[in-house]
Design a protein around this ligand. Sequence first.
Ligand code: NOJ
Length: 746
Amino acid sequence: MKYLQFIGLASVVFLIHAFKLENTFQKQVPVKSIEERVDSVMKLLTLEEKIGQMTLFTSDWAVTGPTLREGYREDIKAGKVGAIFNAHTAAYNRELQRIAVEETRLGIPLLFGYDVIHGYKTIFPVPLGESASWDLDAMEKAARIAAIEAAAAGLHWTFAPMVDIARDPRWGRICEGAGEDTYLGARIAEARVKGFQGDDLSKDNTLIACAKHYAAYGAAQAGRDYHFVDISERVLRETYLPPFMAAKKAGVRTFMTSFNELFGVPASGSRFLLTDVLRDEWGFDGFVVTDYTSINEMVDHGIVANEKDAAELSLDAGVDMDMQGATYYNYLLELVREGRISVARVNESVRRILRIKFELGLFDDPYRYSNTEREKARVFAPEHLEAARDIARKSIVLLRNEKNTLPLSKKIRTLAVVGPLAANQKDLIGSWSGAGDYKQSVSLLDGIKTKLGTTVKILHTEGCAITGQDKTGFKNALALAKTAEAIVVAVGESADMSGEAASRSDITLPGVQEELVKALVATGKPVVVVLMNGRPLAIPWIAENAPAILETWFLGTQAGHAIADVLFGDYNPSGKLTVTFPRNAGQIPIFYNAKNTGRPMDPLDKYTSKYLDVPNTPQFPFGFGLSYSRFEYGNLKTDRSVFGADSSPLKITCTVRNLGPYDGEEVVQLYVRDRVGSVTRPVRELKGFQKIFLKNGESKTVAFTLTADDLKFYNRDMIWTAEPGMFDLYVGGDSNAALTTAVELR
Ligand code: NOJ
């Protein structure tokens, strides 16, 4: 086999090693375990080469294609870099891999990482949008397809899923996660990890996944990106850690540290997070990479005086690979020579990294993931586009539909399609859109035109830009609107207003867009507001006055088709919010599973917990989303009124009826309230959900199970336990579900 080829012009000494390695690496895998194969490589590596395996550097992208920074090629050749990120396309990565396997002393293959967050070329909805589908199979499939495309384009590793719980819509990165709820976030984390990693990492269509950003990055103070975090250990463990733990249980092979500090220590230097919890409590055996230069940033955090100390702190805490900071590259050798870091500690990290390179099959065939033919066939495959359209329409949330404004009739004669995002392609793929090519995305206008053909006269103008104060376009927009039977107005944010380093203190519609909507609504015509955005927006006027509102996030490559499917009734909307929409930014943080307080809101009593100027309630609650049908809930029952820790699971049933007039899907949600605890408990917590399909008029019994384990939390002594007592159960179509019963845990 190929190991001899890998080492190219290696010296005789290394040919001898290679001969040994050849036997070791050969595909007689069952004969030699991965551990033995890792051992054999470890024996050959110099300390410098070991440090190289712990170093991750970026590639760049110029107009002409991918490029490497000055000096990096030499670093690869010298074995000083073990992994590269942002390099992609089969041909380019193949060439870099060739350098690593043919021109380095030992021929150890490189690992190629990339932010394949919601698709590689075929772009799916931004993760927050996709989570609104509540469709775990569809989310797993989206991740699977992203992996199939990326793995053909030379990639081995995605920096996803982002599993940060986020409860502050000012924080731009809320767009990259699964919303505010821990239970749902954990289920989605599992689905995405399974999707990316598939069932066998050595296959040519799987990527290793990365649970990020560990941990509590979403709790940035005031929603400002990279800001500090100050939460209790209870909140950390109950709210922020479970999706990471779920990712670990689903087999995620890597974790990425977060930029923030926690308990006064930056995550990249936190032994508590990286060793005590991740390794000792959870038994994680993959490797940990930092976020970009976050080791170096510990100097600015003020926890170390210089980068060398930062490298020591980070290594000591448990970080295995340094992303782009070059602190291991620059200082680790000295740190070992000075006895500040042991060789054993370095070995531990290198073994973790090599193990994964073996799992990916890179030692068997380092070029397995770089195949131009496969890349051509897989990227934008028709079935990928079809899946993208399917999940995009499932992610749309119908927020309002007065007088059945929607669906619009396809027999309409004239339709005005206006707004700055109506013909836009660029923003539809959202932030972190991988190698996505926005020119391939279907605009709303094109989606509508494709659906309606030439039978309907479609009038289009922007009306205004996303930002700025220019209202001169209103006149034309109103003129078109007046001649149309119905108006679709697409407003929202540009893609770069959410994602990394994109926090906003004002989460209303930017520019004069709201004024445009007001003017259009004033015509008295049926107006459908199509929102495109990466975070919850505060849109109180629109929420209470527009005839219909569709929240469409940034839906990806197939956005226009998906929205048109919903607008004209070819798909009955089924999305539900996974994050609360506040009435205004002053309500933030606002999320459904808050605590009751000792003075819960009473409108008649001033001295209760409320604002003088805005209700406590959100504009749209977590779990909320309308359908073109109505669903009726009833008959909530449990199979017992008392259950125990060692008894069989409690069975909860209810009936859901589709009152019509369309077939459709409903997300049936189960919430629990622990009435009395040794520490105060949230007013509601999601404990289960099912997305069901009901034909017009059909009724189904939906069953959930609940065990004592599902009711556990950290008690007053910080012990993870379920406490006996009464629990209220609620079942319904959003977090305000009214249908209730109670059970006792004994
Ligand atoms: C910084 C971001 O925080 C992280 O999410 C991303 O994976 C890395 N850069 C690499 O691009």
